[in-house]
Design a protein around this ligand. Structure first.
Ligand SMILES: [Zn+2]
Length: 305
């Protein structure tokens, strides 16, 4: 059933598990994610970025996710990285149950002002709001932040921001980055900073840019011709530590993209006589489902629906 993010994230933070939020652009990703959620009895957040909305159209996405949500597990329909207030307003009016307003690149006062505006719209329709303070480096769809402009979240500022905006969950920057190339050397999640934020901010904390860039999936993609070089993600141990300290929503985009790429490459290579797109897509779908299930186990959301 469709739920708000607040309804599933507050208990998650309390019980120290995290709900995965998967980016979807089309039916294949959506089906893989839903089938994983049903199998694992996990609540799930299905999120569409502004890029996904441009690609597929909001009406298509909303209709598909509504159908997908006709199931026993709680499903949140969420806008990821909404920067355009018009798009966010349209999403709230179209039936999304949760939206992120991302004003993280704006000056503090402007971020507060816009977030408050979104919170007021959302409250009228019972929709949850995720906001962001601090900025991640990397590229995610239409959002690109240079490393020099990335800024880790200041805990005191985060507390003030949460109070002033009355948002329902808060995305923070503690060293992760968007995309497949997250770290040059060792990973460096700032768990100390997260601890401080979590003591000051009682809301569910959201971790963006948290894909693991799974070694086996990366190897499979490379075996069939992908060139991913130094792609590197967040370690499982860091994810677990983050969940212990207040993170209740973890965004996964890159890991599903990698699984899709690996599956498609393998199918196209192994089935040269096949032209049925359903057959060519099947290995990708299965691999995406497998990756989504792994996340549910790692985040502790399995069995929580
Ligand atoms: Zn993000």
């Amino acid at each position: 059933m469709l739920e708000t993010a607040k309804k599933i994230l507050v208990p998650a933070r309390r019980a120290k598990y995290a709900v995965p939020a998967f980016n979807v652009n089309d039916l294949e990703f959506l089906k893989a994610v839903m089938s994983a959620a049903e199998k694992m009895k996990s609540p799930v957040i299905v999120q569409t970025s502004e890029g996904a909305i441009q690609y597929a159209g909001m009406d298509y996405l909303v209709a598909m996710i509504r159908v997908a949500a006709k199931t026993k597990v709680p499903v949140v329909m969420h806008v990821d990285h909404g920067k355009d207030l018009k798009t966010i307003k349209a999403a709230i009016d179209s039936g999304y149950t949760s939206v992120m307003y991302d004003g993280s690149s704006l000056p503090y006062a402007e971020n507060v002002q816009n977030t408050k505006k979104v919170v007021a719209w959302a409250r009228r329709k019972g929709v949850s709001v995720e906001a962001e303070i601090g900025a991640l480096a990397g590229i995610e769809d239409l959002v690109s932040v240079a490393e020099k402009d990335a800024k880790l979240t200041n805990p005191a500022e985060a507390a003030r921001f949460a109070k002033e905006t009355r948002c329902d969950s808060l995305a923070v920057a503690i060293g992760t980055s968007h995309g497949a190339f997250k770290f040059k050397g060792k990973t460096h999640l700032d768990i100390k900073r997260l601890k401080k934020i979590a003591t000051l901010v009682p809301l569910p904390i959201v971790l963006h840019g948290a894909s693991g860039v799974l070694e086996d999936v990366k190897e499979l993609a490379e075996k069939y011709g992908a060139k991913l070089g130094e792609a590197r993600g967040v370690l499982d141990a860091d994810i677990k530590a983050a969940i212990r300290h207040g993170v209740a929503k973890i965004n996964i985009d890159t890991d599903l993209r990698l699984a899709f790429t690996a599956g498609i490459r393998e199918a196209v290579h192994d089935l040269p006589k096949v032209i049925d797109p359903r057959k060519l897509l099947e290995p990708a779908n299965l691999l995406m489902r497998e990756v989504a299930m792994r996340k549910m186990r790692l985040f502790g959301s399995a069995g929580r629906s």
